[in-house]
Design a protein. Structure first.
Length: 215
């Protein structure tokens, strides 16, 4: 039996975390962060990467945040609904980061890396919210990502999330789409599927001598 796969060795010390945000527009500097979901990943006993637990929070718009009607129509969020269980940005981010830091310790990884579909959109909103709330300890790499739009184009010939999911043989639910939790979880499933497709190449490459490139 082969040795179990360690997260710390599979991605050069990085721990992938799948993140999706729902927002009030496309501008991270002016538009509200309204939902955030983070999905942890793990290896099963067979060495395949699988989806782990999901953390999701509804987020209160920051003071004077812009919210475009077109964006709210797409994500179907009513930011001021009296039954919406929203919490302040700082609380939401700190709770997500707490879980990630615990996983970093458990996996012996050095840093989290954001996985997303068109991932820099999510990373830009995350980084700006961190700056706005004054949080000092952000576990994510500040600019590197794993982007499933790029990965889907390479592995499956599809860059649109719904089409890439279907090309991978999975089911896409359009009624659930544009919820942070659903989009993060289906993106996690897509990321795991693509990573596992490359497993034979990765495992064969482990026999090759390591170079001295630390980039």
């Amino acid at each position: 039996m082969s040795a179990p796969v360690k997260m710390s060795s599979r991605f050069r010390g990085f721990m992938p975390v799948v993140v999706d945000v729902e927002t009030g527009g496309f501008n991270q500097f002016t538009d509200a962060l309204l939902e955030i979901a983070a999905v942890m990943l793990e290896f099963d006993d067979s060495g395949n990467l699988i989806r782990g637990e999901t953390t999701r929070f509804h987020v209160m718009p920051f003071e004077n945040a812009n919210m475009e009607a077109a964006s709210l129509e797409v994500n179907r969020i009513d930011p001021h609904h009296p039954l919406r269980p929203a919490i302040p940005e700082r609380d939401a981010l700190q709770r997500v980061f707490r879980d990630i830091r615990a996983a970093l310790r458990d996996t012996e990884c050095t840093r989290a890396i954001l996985v997303g579909h068109n991932a820099h959109f999510d990373l830009n909103f995350l980084n700006e919210a961190v700056k706005r709330t004054g949080i000092k300890r952000n576990p994510f790499h500040p600019f590197s990502v794993f982007d499933t739009a790029t990965m889907g184009g390479i592995a499956l010939g599809q860059t649109v999330l719904a089409r890439a999911v279907r090309a991978a043989g999975m089911t896409w639910d359009p009624d659930a789409a544009h919820s942070a939790a659903y989009d993060a979880e289906i993106t996690a499933d897509l990321f795991c599927d693509i990573v596992n497709r490359f497993r034979p190449i990765y495992e064969n490459g482990q026999a090759a001598p390591n170079d001295n490139d630390s980039r």
